[in-house]
Design a protein around this ligand. Structure first.
Ligand SMILES: [Mg+2]
Length: 275
């Protein structure tokens, strides 16, 4: 079935409205970059769109689970999703590095198997810093490393070749993304397993994402739907949006502004339904 489309300011599609019917049994899960934040040339210059933290805080007050699942390190998410009081909103769960880092309250739990790969990641970072052509961004994420070619797209072949060669040398695994290649530990954790854990016990759930790394989260929603849950796969559109993700979507949001609009709508409708 063709996905429903949503633009900011429009009434949400019916599948989204249904998520607010029983917020106490519903999980709202979302990616960060390209979904709640605009993608820009410098990955360090990415910030949440205005209102996101307030919407997450409001959603967490009525929904069973409200969670952000990102490929960024937990430290980055903590720096971008704190409220004006300097705290992560109560009840909002953060999963960094696809779930290799889990934040609940003040506690960050790191997957123990991933930690053993830090020396290999450091070696790849050193090799990339020594050998990358000018303009290739090297994002050191602790348990993983991402090579960005957004400002130098003609270096994509270099980045892909480097990533594949160093995956063979190190045992790390290559994951392509929007204008990027990432090397991650071969640990059995991705956005799919992380979303499985978050939405367990819910009767309805959604995930919003914009990139290849979000496909496993859609897989998790497929499993959830097969078990009888109301699942809403929301893909955030852009000029770089992977077709595989768009094809799997129940709802296509017209850019991060539309995704943030859906989150705000859910937060408000969830509060109304819960009261
Ligand atoms: Mg993203």
């Amino acid at each position: 079935m063709a996905p429903a489309h949503h633009a900011a300011g429009q009434e949400p599609p019916d599948a989204v409205k249904k998520l607010a019917a029983d917020p106490g049994a519903t999980s709202i899960v979302t990616d960060f970059d390209g979904t709640l934040a605009l993608v820009v040339a410098d990955p360090e210059a990415v910030w949440a769109i205005d209102g996101v933290v307030d919407s997450l805080a409001a959603a967490a007050r009525s929904f069973r689970r409200t969670a952000v699942v990102s490929g960024r390190p937990a430290s980055f998410l903590l720096s971008r999703l704190t409220g004006t009081d300097g705290q992560i909103p109560a009840g909002v769960s953060l999963a960094g590095l696809y779930g290799m880092e889990l934040v609940e309250g003040d506690t960050v739990t790191v997957h123990p198997d991933a930690l053993t790969w830090v020396p290999e990641v450091d070696k790849v970072v050193a090799a990339a810093e020594a050998g990358a052509p000018p303009g290739v961004g090297i994002e050191r994420k602790g348990l993983s490393v991402t090579l960005h070619v957004r400002t130098v797209p003609h270096e994509a072949h270099w980045a892909e070749t480097f990533a594949e060669a160093h995956a063979r040398l190190s045992g790390l695994v290559v994951h392509p993304g929007r204008m990027s290649w990432e090397l991650r530990p071969p640990v059995d954790v991705d956005k799919g397993t992380t979303v499985d854990d978050i939405i367990a016990g819910s009767t309805a759930a959604c995930f919003m994402g914009d990139d290849i790394g979000d496909l496993p989260a859609f897989d998790a929603l497929d499993r959830f739907a097969a078990a009888g849950g109301h699942a809403v796969r929301i893909a955030v559109d852009s000029a770089e949006a992977p077709r595989q993700l768009m094809k799997r979507a129940d709802v296509v949001a017209d850019g991060p502004a539309a995704a943030v609009d859906l989150l705000a709508w859910l937060a408000q409708a969830g509060a109304a339904a819960a009261s």
